[in-house]
Write a protein that binds this ligand. Sequence first.
Ligand code: M6R
Length: 586
Amino acid sequence: MCGIIGYVGKKNSVPFIIDGLKKLEYRGYDSAGISILQEGKLVTVRAVGKVAELEKAALLANPKGQCGIGHTRWATHGKPCEENSHPHTDCTGEIVVVHNGIIENFLTLREKLSSLGHRFKSETDTEVIAHLIEENLKTACGATPKERLINAVRKTNGEISGAYAYGVLWAQVPGFLLGVKNQSPMVVGLGKDENFLSSDVPAFLKHTNKVLFLEDGEMAELTETGVKLLDKNGAEKPLKPVKINWDQKTAEKGGYEHFMLKEIYDQPQAIEDTLRTAQTDFGKLLNLNTRELRALQQVHIIACGTAYHAGLVGKYYIENFAGIPVTVDLASEYKYRCVPRTAGTLAIAVSQSGETADTIGAIRKAKELGFKTLAICNVLASTLTRVCDATFYTHCGPEISVASTKAFTSQLTSLYALALFLGKAKGNISEASFNSLYKELLTLSKFMADAVKIEYDVRHITKRVYKAPHFLFLGRNVNFPIALEGALKLKEVSYRSAEGFAAGEIKHGPISIIEKGTPTIVLMPADSLFEKMLSACQECRARGAFVIAVTTQEGARLAKDSVDKTIILPYAGELLQPVLNVVALQ
Ligand code: M6R
């Protein structure tokens, strides 16, 4: 994932671009760069590291110009270094490209272009785009350089394959930016005498909240005075901008040390907002009548990473309340497995961004198989929501931290609500049970508001264990996916090794990795599986583990002789407790 930004307007573009890149750092931060059109010539500045490094370099180089593009990178092809940082140029140095995504056929194209005399300066897939545009310009039709550029870019799009969104600037067409989208996000901000191109809204939200979400295959032409949208055949489309109501503050850190912490604290609000705006009738949302809902035979949940863990919890919810069998697949696996074409299947894709290529690919496959498709997604008008038959939105606001927190708990909340609705529609739970369970769900945000207060207890305990090289997370039943999520979060954020296990499985091998002092975090609220979890603690301790129980008041009392430390959370009920337990792990 990378972040791109482009500006064209009356003012010096550099501060807009640098500021936009800072807002996009959550998309990647191993290197960054800008290209500015200054008096007919492109000035490019690039730096390894965070945008702050680029800012220093840009201050020294001091480029100035009213049109420019920028990029913040998360390496996928070629190591993080200045040569591999974007923007990338063609042989003439007059065409610059910033790109987010992966060009799958870049090696073939690179060979072909090299044989035609193109000289490559980086190891990236992106650079082929710049050279391909240069090559295609040689034969492109058009009365003006601008028309020729558009045609060359269209031809280029027909030759590259993969997921991409890119911005192009050609020195021969001053004051003109082109944005292209295919399976990676691209948005346009419509300002007054200035327009913006970006991977995401926070990059320009300070300047405009009028946003155009590009569809796959579309191209946007930006000048200081306007924006033109072309469909995949090159025909002009009417602009249908949406007004984004997130204010800049929502998109920024809100006074917290870092975005992840801010987003952990956002959770009570995110849950409340998700439930407040929840569609109270999933039948209508899916355009299914009661008979069709009753005919549902199975649910397939498809997702990646944290969203996959939410899906695993969702399985327990749906099977419990609706009695419908559920399979949960990693999207990257679903795409390649043989999925029987079973009538009455509902496929649910869970994704914060709605732009994860594997999830989109997998749900497309589900559609091809004739399944009804539902997205549980956070980003309005994202690709996934346009592919699926219906979308249930989580309402978390923008997720800036790469590590997912509030998106996860909002996904769990949504899946719980969905399970209740399906249960009612299937006749698996009565109207009265539905009402009382839904009422309970509405209290979740209050429990969450108490749960986030454990920060200081957790900080205290982490001081004791943070140097350990390896961590274990154990859970059972509905808390097993939470153990997986805890391990993912710890790996992602601390770069330490961590594994999550179903507590009943440790005796089948994993227990051997426990040594003296191995921090072992055990999810053990005082519920129906408490006794089982207690014996898991004893087994681990016998091997020398340092056991930290994530539990409830009653659990802490009962476990005091079997664990080393306790983190005490409020108790929201057996099936809702995972939503609180994960906070301790975040
Ligand atoms: O945007 P998505 O929910 O589709 O992203 C899927 C995963 O990449 C994501 O959940 C990832 O695992 C988390 N950000 C990790 O914290």
